[in-house]
Ligand binder design. Structure first.
Ligand code: ADP
Ligand code: MG
Length: 393
């Protein structure tokens, strides 16, 4: 999705008040009637309707009169609210190029005042082709107060909380910087998704490191649930960073073993096909009991000493509770990265569309490209005000 932040600079204080009013109205309305927007926005000089027209023009609001007459935020409108809040907080000051298109997110570079480049992930739950998308739509329909924006906010909150907790437990993840609405700001990983890598210096070592991570996660009570070549980044020194946490579950989940085995299988399958998983060396590591001669044994879920609840306190400290975990689990369960919208589902060599770097040089050249600096007109909006409407239901 194109994120043209230019319009952001020209939006007035009134524009944002009305956007926030629609956001608030959406906590209990699928479409927010214009009168309600007017009442919530409470503009001192009136003119809500004129402002709404401007927001419609910039595609920040959507008007719908099919069921009844009302307005809702578009993802762009929601993006602008999150970006503005984070810019007002001083988290970053400019938005750069898009560096990733995930199955349900857009990732951009952003720059801080001192020139540090960070990654901004905008969650877009429900945008693309999860296999179970239909049942998810049905789920949302049954729960009318839960809309796509709300689920995207939950996904961001979960991702932020898990990233923080995982980093505190020395897992190789990006550093979580901040989170607002459906937007997570994190450190930029220098590397490429493993799916783009055709050759490795030490495939066996990399393989062991990655499988070791799945096992260590389980020891900490967690399963990634989408652990595959799309969500593992690797740099030129073959250092691994794992990303993408909204679908993680606890080892006490009823389907934990299945998800654990699936994560392990994804890695085996990828290394077998792409790097021709070394037969000689791996035979040594094999205890000979399995039928998969030539491959290492798969770690067994039941034999891992798991510590459930270890991360719970850290997760709650980041604002992510069990209730929220339950809600988002119902929505994300079963989705995998294999089916993402960017290309043919069956092609193992499929590459995410916006990120075709074959090496760091290309990456760095691109990084030098212009950033749209966001010196917003409305800088005097207090943080408190920026935050008042950030929580959907
Ligand atoms: P999704 O949940 O939609 O799959 P991901 O978190 O997996 O989103 O991100 C999609 C892509 O964006 C990744 O494959 C990667 O190329 C890029 N990306 C995500 N996070 C970062 C980061 N912190 N640094 C650099 N690139 C990133
Ligand atoms: Mg991903």
């Amino acid at each position: 999705m194109k994120l043209d932040v230019n319009a952001l600079r020209y939006l007035s204080r009134e524009d944002f008040k009305v956007l926030r009013a629609v956001e608030m109205g959406m906590t209990n309305h699928e479409l927010v009637p214009a009168e309600l927007v007017d009442r919530i926005a409470h503009l001192s000089c009136g003119g809500t309707y004129k402002v709404m027209k401007n927001l419609l023009k910039h595609k920040l609001l959507h008007h719908d009169s099919s069921k009844y007459d009302g307005f809702r935020l578009t993802y762009l409108g929601y993006d602008f609210l999150a970006i503005k809040t984070l810019v007002n907080r001083g988290v970053f000051s400019a938005v750069g190029r898009q560096i990733g298109v995930g199955k349900e997110s857009d990732i951009f570079e952003v720059a801080t005042e001192d020139g540090t480049i960070l990654a901004m992930k905008l969650h877009r739950l429900g945008r693309t082709s999860f296999r179970a998308v239909k049942s998810k739509r049905d789920y949302l329909r049954r729960r009318s107060s839960h809309n796509w924006l709300y689920m995207s906010r939950l996904a961001a909150l979960k991702e932020y909380a898990f990233m923080k907790a995982l980093e505190e437990n020395d897992f190789p993840v990006p550093t979580a910087v901040d989170c607002n609405r459906h937007c997570v700001i994190m450190s930029l990983v220098q590397g490429y998704p493993l799916v783009q890598v055709k050759q490795l210096q030490n495939p066996d070592e990399v393989f062991d490191t990655i499988i070791g991570l799945v096992v260590r996660l389980a020891e900490h009570g967690l399963i990634h649930c989408d652990f595959n070549e799309f969500n593992i980044m690797i740099d030129d020194d073959e250092k691994i960073t794992m990303i993408d946490f909204p679908q993680m579950i606890s080892v006490s989940h009823r389907n934990a073993k299945m998800y654990f085995d699936r994560d392990v299988e994804c890695i085996f399958k990828f290394f077998r096909k792409r790097f021709n998983l070394s037969v000689q060396e791996k035979t040594d590591a094999c205890d000979g009991s399995g039928s998969d001669i030539g491959e290492p044994d798969r770690p067994s879920f039941s034999s891992i000493a798991k510590t459930t609840g270890l991360l719970d306190k850290q997760l709650e400290a980041s604002g992510f509770t069990n209730k929220e975990q339950d809600e988002i689990e119902k929505f994300t369960e079963g989705g995998t990265e294999q089916k993402h919208s960017g290309g043919s589902d069956d092609d193992d060599d499929d590459e995410p569309t916006a990120y075709n770097g074959q090496g760091h040089d290309e990456y760095n050249d691109d990084a030098a490209k212009k950033f749209d600096s966001l010196h917003l007109e409305d800088q005097n909006v207090s943080h408190a005000e920026g935050d008042t409407t950030e929580r959907l239901p």
